[in-house]
Design a protein. Structure first.
Length: 168
């Protein structure tokens, strides 16, 4: 396997890992917790899912052939609360990720140096992928932080548990 092909496989694994962290967070939440924001400037799970869904469809649909900021995207609407129930949010979550993975799996190593556009700005496909890795990691981190805060003592860790003092 050449370096470019290995990069594509690694990018897919990275996105899969991010999705898994967020999925395990979402599974722990009660329905009402999808709509809780820590303050007026913070995003709820609902908003984060809506925003990531909109971004994923916009960036990854026709990834190599159209601008990553689609004309029909309602970015501002992604930040409006109270529109969807948990089932609808999770359907959008899955649709967004399916779009990401379908686009990535369709790429070849030769595609990585092709020019793609996001908001009219030229990027190599490799740069555009890295841009989305960073963006999604940022939001998944927010989701995990929010989920951990909301569940507090009931939070089930997503990684190696902290060392707890032994009881006597």
């Amino acid at each position: 396997m050449n370096v470019a092909a290995a990069y594509l496989q690694d990018a897919i694994r990275t996105f899969e890992s991010m999705k898994k962290l967020a999925d395990k967070t979402l599974e722990q939440l009660d329905d009402s917790q999808f709509y809780v924001a820590l303050d007026p400037e913070s995003n709820s799970m609902e908003i984060l899912i809506q925003h990531m869904h909109g971004n994923m469809l916009s960036r990854w649909t026709d990834f190599l052939t159209t601008d990553g900021e689609k004309a029909d995207r309602d970015r501002d609407g992604e930040f409006e609360a109270g529109r969807l129930d948990r089932r609808e949010l999770l359907e959008r979550w899955e649709q967004g990720w399916n779009t990401v993975f379908a686009a990535l799996r369709a790429l070849t190593a030769d595609d990585l140096l092709r020019t793609v556009y996001i908001r009219g700005e030229a990027h190599t496909a490799l740069q555009a992928i890295q841009r989305q890795v960073s963006h999604y990691a940022y939001h998944v981190g927010q989701m995990v932080f929010l989920g951990k805060h909301l569940k507090s003592g009931d939070w089930q860790t997503l990684s190696i548990p902290r060392r707890k003092p032994e009881s006597k």
